[in-house]
Design a protein around this ligand. Structure first.
Ligand SMILES: Nc1ncnc2c1ncn2[C@@H]1O[C@H](COP(=O)(O)OP(=O)(O)OP(=O)(O)O)[C@@H](O)[C@H]1O
Ligand SMILES: [Mg+2]
Length: 591
């Protein structure tokens, strides 16, 4: 598989035709063979009428009978060759379009892995899915249809021109009129068709986003008996797709009717012209010639109409090229290429006057002038009210967000100059919601680290207090169901902890789950967390009192600022913001 190196060089939404040509670069050989195979397999359409004329002449002019047998054999051969050549044609065309299809999907998947986390937060997974599934299919199907019908029409047209040139060259100029007339119609309608396709695509993407949102929300929708409201919202989206679809169909319909009328008019004009020529006795033309000519005109206008009818299909394909290019040329990617490779991490993390603004809220500071030096092996618990910037700090530690100003030093090196992918080999993240996938316990724990022994996995599960329930489920090969559906909240958390343990990270980023567990499983999770944090630089957004008290230092945040830092005892005796938070939360627990 040839993965595309830099999509930016190949895909350009502003120039979909050029992009399409580049996509098919490398398929030239196959397409040439396909074209040749098509021309041969299609040849009976020309040659059989000539042989038919021969057969009629054998009868009418009483030629020797063996001429008849010769014609019969020739026709049989001509017809029989269709089978192997059609197969060859289909194989070649299919190979090239399917290869392009695969490469496109691979390029899209690759790009999605490069795009920043910010991009993925902004753009719905449903929209991205629509691009990978629907748009790629559109491009491939349009290309295939354009090639298929285009080839048929072009061969027919060529034949019509050749025969006219031989039989009545005086009528050749008719072709010179038909082509520019068709082109003028295409040009005049193209803009509107493009706009309609773009509008339709936007509605379809909107629908995909809604479908994925709806499926995500189903548990809460049903729990709150809001099915009707969800369906109403879905209905509104579907009506949008319908209306845009109707507008697109009507525009395509106009185009279809106008092109048919144009070609029929031309054909009638030719017939009348030929009849007039015959009537006036020019070029020695007979009534029979007029009939013959008129059938050629029908072939001519038929094939021009066929080529024109590809316009809606091609316009749709080009819109899909544009849609894919949106992703493939999106500049919001994480740039790692050429940056310093990290091959060892100690775990010393220093924030130097770090300020962060989210791009979509430039007036609001999420984190302001943060100075924080976390030594290797230290655990820092971030506490503070909602919206105070704790998650933003965690995301900067992971490298998902880069400081708007200031610097973050990892073991004394500015993170901006590091290849983050190599740094993250020494990092583990335990998110609030454990992200599990359909697969075995082993797959979920080792996720991506294929060379781990079963012993290492079992050790991690033991450390995470997960061995007990995993053994009950049937061991490492037990399947946990999509998104861990068959597990309880506490079990899911412990699997996520095992996943972090098995990586033996130097830096740990933890967003403690807020949902309370029953005391027994709470204790199991706490023990597992304590084991996980021991000896590693840990940034934890803490909700559990035990985590907060057990941390080496507690950083209290408010409105993006670090207002207090110190150990539990220090902060309590300082009687500042932390002491106040403590009073509030213990008050809440007592209440
Ligand atoms: N993607 C985003 N785009 C714009 N603003 C954001 C984004 N994420 C967070 N913010 C804003 O940045 C500020 C800090 O948010 P952050 O998520 O870091 O808070 P937090 O301390 O983690 O809160 P919580 O305890 O509720 O998780 C908030 O004012 C929030 O509205
Ligand atoms: Mg948060």
């Amino acid at each position: 598989m040839t993965a595309v190196t830099d999509p930016q060089d190949v895909y350009d939404g502003a120039h979909p035709v050029r992009t399409l040509r580049r996509m098919f670069r490398g398929q030239g050989g196959r397409l040439t063979v396909a074209t040749a195979a098509f021309a041969v397999k299609h040849s009976p359409i020309w040659i059989i009428p000539l042989l038919t004329a021969n057969v009629i002449d054998v009868v009418v002019e009483h030629q020797p009978l063996h001429e008849l047998w010769v014609s019969a054999v020739l026709m049989a051969v001509l017809i029989a060759q269709n089978l192997p050549l059609h197969q060859l044609y289909v194989r070649m065309l299919s190979r090239s379009v399917r290869t392009v299809e695969t490469n496109l999907r691979m390029a899209l998947a690759q790009r999605l892995q490069e795009l920043s986390i910010g991009y993925h937060r902004r753009v719905s997974a449903g929209v991205l899915q629509a691009k990978i599934v629907r748009d790629v299919e559109n491009v491939v199907e349009s290309s295939r249809q354009a090639f298929d019908s285009g080839m048929a029409a072009i061969t027919t047209l060529t034949g019509a021109i050749v025969i006219t040139a031989i039989k009545v060259p005086e009528f050749l100029p008719v072709y010179a009129v038909a082509v520019p007339a068709a082109a003028a119609l295409v040009v005049s309608m193209r803009r509107r068709m493009t706009a309609r396709n773009a509008a339709f695509r936007a509605e379809v993407e909107n629908m995909s986003a809604r479908v994925s949102e709806m499926t995500h929300l189903i548990p809460i929708t049903r729990a709150h008996a809001l099915e009707r409201d969800e369906l109403d919202r879905m209905g509104a989206t579907l009506v949008g797709v319908r209306d845009a679809g109707i507008r697109l169909d009507v525009t395509n319909g106009w185009f279809g009717a106008l092109s048919w009328i144009l070609m029929q008019l031309l054909s009638v004009a030719c017939l009348i012209g030929a009849a007039w020529v015959a009537w006036t006795g020019r070029f020695g033309m007979t009534a029979g010639d007029v009939t013959m000519l008129s059938s050629y005109f029908v072939a001519l206008t038929g094939s021009v109409t066929a080529i024109m009818s590809l316009t809606p299909i091609i316009t749709k394909g080009l819109e899909s090229v544009r849609s894919m290019s949106e992703v493939l040329t999106e500049p919001d990617v994480e740039r790692n290429a050429g940056k310093a490779v990290v091959d060892d991490v100690h775990g010393d993390v220093q924030f130097h006057d770090v300020t962060f603004h989210y791009a979509d809220a430039p007036d609001e500071v999420a984190v302001e002038a943060l100075d924080l030096h976390v030594r290797a092996g230290e655990t820092v618990a971030l506490v503070g009210p909602s919206g105070s910037g704790k998650s933003t700090v965690l995301n900067m530690v992971i490298g998902f967000l880069a400081p708007t100003s200031g610097r973050i030093l990892l073991d004394g090196r500015d993170m901006a100059g590091l290849d983050l992918r190599t740094y993250r080999r020494f990092l583990a993240v335990v998110p609030q919601e454990s992200l599990l996938f359909e697969g075995s316990v082993r797959d979920n724990v080792t996720y991506g680290s294929h060379d781990l022994s079963d012993d290492a996995v079992l050790e991690a599960l033991r450390g995470a207090n997960a061995l007990g329930f995993v053994e009950q489920m049937g061991g490492l090969d037990a399947v946990i169901g999509e998104r861990g559906a068959r597990l309880s909240g506490g079990q899911r958390q412990r699997l996520a902890i095992a996943r972090a343990l098995v990586r033996d990270p130097r830096v740990l980023v933890l967003d403690e789950a807020t949902s309370a567990l029953d005391t027994a499983s709470e204790r199991l999770v706490q023990e597992a967390l304590a084991r996980l944090m021991a000896g590693r630089t840990t940034f934890v957004v803490a909700h559990r009192l035990s985590t907060i008290r057990g941390a080496d230092r507690i950083a209290v945040m408010r409105d993006g600022r670090l207002v207090e830092i110190g150990s539990h005892a220090e902060l309590v005796s300082a009687d500042g913001a932390y002491a106040e938070l403590e009073r509030l939360s213990s008050g809440a627990t007592n209440a």
